[in-house]
Design a protein around this ligand. Structure first.
Ligand SMILES: *Cc1c(COP(=O)(O)O)cnc(C)c1O
Ligand SMILES: [Zn+2]
Length: 367
């Protein structure tokens, strides 16, 4: 039986419930029976639905209605030991498609007609697009500073923009007020754990593409939706035996907005309250991450680390990647910057096979 569970108080909720949070105020996790993918004989569906046995059990008709063939993105060699996974080649041009397709399928099966989401841009774009395929209208809350190109794309999918004059964190508060007042479904990539069931396929794909996992995985962390997917998939692959130890997970944040990296430095499992300055990495500019404790716990359990990247390092990485033929948004270029910082701090990493996600297309960003 598929259900939401609260790890704090133990309460469970049917997935048809419209809840986004437990009665006790804690965020929810998801539980359902899964079967390990039969790696090596998964057939010729190259979308992430090739892993269907390990994904939420949606009806085939639902998947056919919602899917756009998301997943199955290529690997690009960037340096002798460094590879990038080109998730900017998704239907809506960012890795958020992996999770958005799960939320849209969930809404289609639950009969949801209207939903709300807040994001710095890419998650809302993906949810608006996949929800539209299910005949669902999306109320999109974004900081007023969000790149105009992302807003145009959201509106084209029928998303209704609520531009909030404030930070990403103020936008999140405005959304929750709206959801509580209107009672519409909160299709949040942060609150709703279905999202990670999609982002985890990033790791399954790597496992197939490398025939094992790279030794070092760089992972961006704003609200941690890729990180949590990585965490779940690594645990699954270990439990199912394809791997017997975890790769080194190096999570990173922008130095200008690093509540979790600072917690890691202090060996704390609680997000730090930090002063936030603007960053070119708008996709990870989350000063108050709602899932902060889960993310810190996940990195801790994986034996991972955090690093931070400066604005100068992001700008350089953006230009260096473009010279290698890869045009991504600054938030994505920050992954390359993080790899450089990690190698500077620990020279042994230079000899290891490493992978960065190339999460979002360059044409989306304002700069
Ligand atoms: C969303 C996003 C991230 C970070 O994801 P979180 O879930 O907020 O940690 C990184 N890069 C890009 C391009 C994104 O769209
Ligand atoms: Zn609870």
């Amino acid at each position: 039986m598929m259900k939401y569970i609260c790890r704090h108080c133990g309460k469970t909720y049917p997935i048809t419930s419209m809840r986004y949070i437990c009665e006790c105020g804690s965020l929810l996790h998801l539980s359902y029976p899964k079967t390990p993918p039969d790696f090596g004989s998964l057939g010729n569906d190259h979308s992430l639905w090739r892993y269907r046995s390990a994904l939420p059990p949606f009806e085939r008709e639902t998947i056919e209605q919602i899917t756009m063939g998301e997943g199955g993105t290529p690997i690009i060699r960037l340096e002798e030991n460094l590879f990038g996974k080109a998730d900017y080649l998704m239907p809506t041009l960012s890795f958020k498609d992996r999770g958005a397709v799960m939320l849209a399928a969930l809404m289609a099966e639950a009969g949801v007609k209207r939903c709300a989401i807040d994001s710095s841009g890419n998650a809302a774009t993906a949810v608006a697009a996949y929800a539209a395929r299910g005949g669902i209208t999306t109320e999109v809350f974004v900081p007023a500073s969000t790149s105009a190109k992302k807003l145009t794309q959201i509106e084209a999918h029928g998303g209704r923009i609520h531009a909030i004059d404030g930070s990403r964190d103020e936008t999140a508060r405005a959304t929750i007020d709206y959801v509580n007042a209107s009672g519409i479904f909160y299709a949040s990539h942060i609150f709703n754990p279905f999202f990670w069931e999609g982002t985890k396929t990033y790791i399954y794909e790597l496992y197939e593409q490398f025939e094992t996992l790279p030794e070092v995985l760089i992972v961006p962390v704003g609200n941690g939706t890729l990180l949590m997917g990585v965490y779940i998939a690594l645990q699954e692959l270990k439990a199912w035996n394809p791997i017997d130890s975890y790769p080194l997970v190096i999570a990173f944040q922008a130095a200008n907005c690093a509540p979790l990296a600072q917690a890691y430095e202090k060996r704390s499992l609680v997000p730090q309250s930090v002063a936030v300055s603007p960053t070119l990495a708008e996709g990870i500019a989350t000063g108050v991450p709602a899932r902060g404790k889960d993310i810190l716990q996940a990195v801790h359990e994986l034996g991972g680390r955090f690093v931070t990247v400066t604005e100068e390092e992001i700008i350089k990485a953006h230009s260096d990647l473009a010279k290698k033929g890869v045009y991504v948004e600054h938030t994505s270029a920050a992954n390359y910057a993080a790899y450089r910082v990690a190698v500077e701090k620990d020279a042994t990493l230079a000899d290891k096979k490493a992978l960065i996600p190339l999460c979002g297309a360059g044409l989306k960003s304002a700069h």
